[in-house]
Design a protein around this ligand. Sequence first.
Ligand SMILES: [Zn+2]
Length: 267
Amino acid sequence: MYGRIDRLLVSLGFALALAAIPLGCQSVPETGRKQFVVISAGEERQLGATAYTEQLSKAKLVTTGPDFERVQRVGKRIQAASERRYGKAVAGFEWQFAVIDTPEVNAWMLPGGKSAVNTGLLKVATSDDELAIVMGHEASHAIARHGAERISRGMAAELIFAAISVSGEVDPRLVTATAAAYGALGETAFSRSEESEADQIGLFIAADAGYDPRAATAFWKRMAANGGGGTPEFLSTHPSDETRAARLEKLMPQAVGIYQSAKGKPQ
Ligand SMILES: [Zn+2]
């Protein structure tokens, strides 16, 4: 005999199964992990663009000078490498690389390639190799659609249906959920497996962009030690330095191979 909660869960599951007909199951590029997402990529990009406008309107932006130029320079190469490697996943992205004047050590990218790097992070990521590793990592969360996956898991099916059935109108709750899920509100709860996935994809993107991936291991360790002033998304849920370093070392031969072949090409 089903109780009320059981019936609710059954109908919720049924609604999600219906939603899965056009959307639902897809694979993360590079890792091939199967994921369940009930927001379309186009809708997610729309949510990202709206959340981006909101976040930038509240921020003190740097729009000229060496910090700004540096983030544009590295960002454009991260963009080009992402397009080369994961063209299908980044189709429709309109990349942007804002610089926010705040000491908090953080960076993030929303769906559609709308990103920001804080000046506080630029003081810790002193080389372009290091900045590329962070920006590649952030791009990877957007490429792997980790936020959409989280929202799909955590939100009531009715809300998703309401949000995606109203044409042209974006539900403000979904905009906030998107900003939160991708770390634009200061911290996130990406899972350890999502962080590992972003480390891997990000390492390969940075290498393909012509940045030395061998900078990653020491850099993430230094970030863990210097990361004060908030909880950057890439440290909030991360496994121990040793675990992360061991995983990175395992990926390094492949990453260095990508780097060596990228170095000979114009960026
Ligand atoms: Zn992360």
